[in-house]
Design a protein around this ligand. Structure first.
Ligand SMILES: NC(=O)c1ccc[n+]([C@@H]2O[C@H](COP(=O)([O-])OP(=O)(O)OC[C@H]3O[C@@H](n4cnc5c(N)ncnc54)[C@H](OP(=O)(O)O)[C@@H]3O)[C@@H](O)[C@H]2O)c1
Length: 325
C-alpha cells in the first residue's frame, strides 16, 4: 500500500506531516525545502534555532502548508521525546521522518579527544536511535509512516582519519536493518536507509579537525538538492538501502572484493581528493560539541577537486567559502 496519495511533483500530498532533523543545513535543509515545495507540513529540527527560523521562512516561500521549528539535540533522548510530543500536539500525526542530523571529525583514532569521538557517535548513531525510539511507536500506532535514516557510503567502507564517523555510520546501517526486521509486521510502516557519497554541503567546513587538516567532498560531489529529490520522491515507500552517488558501488566493490588493493590505495587517494593541505585551519572541535549556526547553509561551495589539486602546485585566490573555515 502506498502511504501518500500522489502529488504532482513528488508523490507527497499537500497534507503530509514530515519531520526533518538536520533541517538547518545541507541535505536536511534541501529535504525540508523540497517537502515544502510539495505543500507539506514541515517540522524543522536541529540544535540551533536561528538557522531553523531562516529555513522556516524559505519553506513558507516554497509553499509549505505550515512550518514548526523545534530546536532539539537528537543526541538527547528526552529532548527527542519532547520534540515528537510537540509535533503530535501540533499535528496529531507524523507521516514521515527524515533523520539527517550529522557531524564529522577528522584525526587519527587515538588522537581524537574522547569527548569529540563520543560527540560524533552521539549525534549520528545515538541520535538515530533516539529518533527511532520515539517516532516508531507513533507510526506503529498509526499503522503507517516512513522513517528514513541518512547514513553514508562510509557506513559500508573505511577511510583513514574518519573513525568516529565511519563507526557511527556502520552503526546507522545496522540500526536501519534491525528496524526493518522489527517492523515487518505492519505493511504501512517503512524504514529506509540512504547512503550518500560526497555531497556539496557545509559538513566538511563544520567538521572537527584535530590536526587542522581541511577537507572537502570527494568527487563526484553531488548537490544536496539531488539527494533531497531521491529521498522525498520515495518517501511514501522508501528504499531499504539506497546508494546515492555514482562512485558508491565502485568503492564498496573495492572494499569488499579487493581488500588488499583497497587498503593500499585508500590512504593516498583519500589524501589526494578529500583533503586539502594547502588550506590548513586551526585545530578545531568544529560543530561536534556545540553548533556553529553561522556555518549552516544549503551548499558547501567548495573548490572542486581539480582546483584543489592544481593549488598544491600553483597558488590560487581563496574560494568564496571554501571548505574554508
Ligand atoms: N555531505 C556529505 O558529503 C555527506 C555524505 C554522506 C552522508 N552525509 C550525511 O548526511 C547527513 C546530513 O549531512 P550534511 O552534509 O547535510 O551536513 P550539514 O550541512 O553540516 O548539516 C548537518 C545538520 O545536522 C544538524 N545537527 C548536527 N548535530 C545535531 C544534533 N546533535 N542534533 C540535531 N541536529 C544536529 C546541524 O544543525 P545544528 O548544528 O544547529 O544542530 C545541521 O542542520 C549527515 O547524517 C551526514 O553524515 C553527508
Amino acid at each position: 500500500m502506498r502511504l501518500f496519495a500522489g502529488g504532482a511533483r513528488s508523490g507527497l500530498p499537500a497534507s503530509s506531516v514530515v519531520l526533518v532533523t538536520g533541517a538547518s543545513s545541507g541535505i536536511g535543509r534541501a529535504v525540508a525545502i523540497r517537502v515544502a515545495h510539495d505543500g507539506g507540513h514541515v517540522v524543522l529540527v536541529a540544535r540551533s534555532a536561528e538557522p531553523l527560523e531562516e529555513v522556516a521562512r524559505e519553506c513558507k516561500e516554497a509553499g509549505a502548508a505550515s512550518t514548526l521549528v523545534v530546536p532539539t539535540d537528537v543526541g538527547n533522548d528526552e529532548a527527542v521525546a519532547d520534540c515528537v510530543a510537540r509535533t503530535l500536539e501540533e499535528h496529531g500525526r507524523i507521516d514521515a521522518v527524515v533523520n539527517s542530523a550529522g557531524v564529522v571529525a577528522y584525526g587519527r583514532t587515538e588522537e581524537i579527544p574522547a569527548e569529540v569521538f563520543d560527540g560524533v557517535v552521539r549525534s549520528n548513531l545515538i541520535g538515530s536511535v533516539n529518533v527511532a525510539r520515539h517516532v516508531l511507536p507513533v507510526m506503529r500506532s498509526q499503522r503507517r509512516g516512513s522513517l528514513v535514516l541518512v547514513g553514508s557510503v562510509l557506513g559500508h567502507i573505511g577511510a583513514p582519519t574518519m573513525t568516529p564517523y565511519v563507526v557511527s555510520k556502520w552503526g546507522v546501517r545496522a540500526l536501519a536493518r534491525q528496524l526493518q526486521l522489527e517492523n515487518r509486521d505492519i505493511d504501512g510502516v517503512h524504514i529506509g536507509h540512504v547512503a550518500p557519497g560526497g555531497i556539496d554541503t557545509p559538513i566538511y567546513a563544520q567538521a572537527a579537525s584535530i590536526d587542522g587538516t581541511q577537507s572537502g567532498p570527494p568527487p563526484p560531489a553531488h548537490s544536496p538538492e539531488w539527494v533531497a529529490h531521491r529521498i522525498v520522491s520515495t518517501l511514501d515507500e522508501p528504499s531499504k538501502r539506497a546508494q546515492i552517488g555514482i562512485g558508491n558501488n565502485l568503492l564498496r566493490f573495492g572494499f569488499n572484493a579487493l581488500p588488499a588493493v583497497y587498503d593500499v590505495v585508500v590512504g593516498p587517494a583519500f589524501r589526494l581528493v578529500a583533503l586539502d593541505p594547502t588550506r590548513p585551519k586551526a585545530p578545531t572541535d568544529g560543530n561536534v560539541l556545540s553548533p556553529s549556526p553561522e556555518g549552516n547553509r544549503l551548499h558547501g561551495d567548495y573548490d572542486n577537486v581539480v582546483q584543489r589539486l592544481v593549488r598544491r602546485w600553483v597558488p590560487m585566490p581563496r574560494p568564496r567559502q571554501g571548505g574554508g573555515a
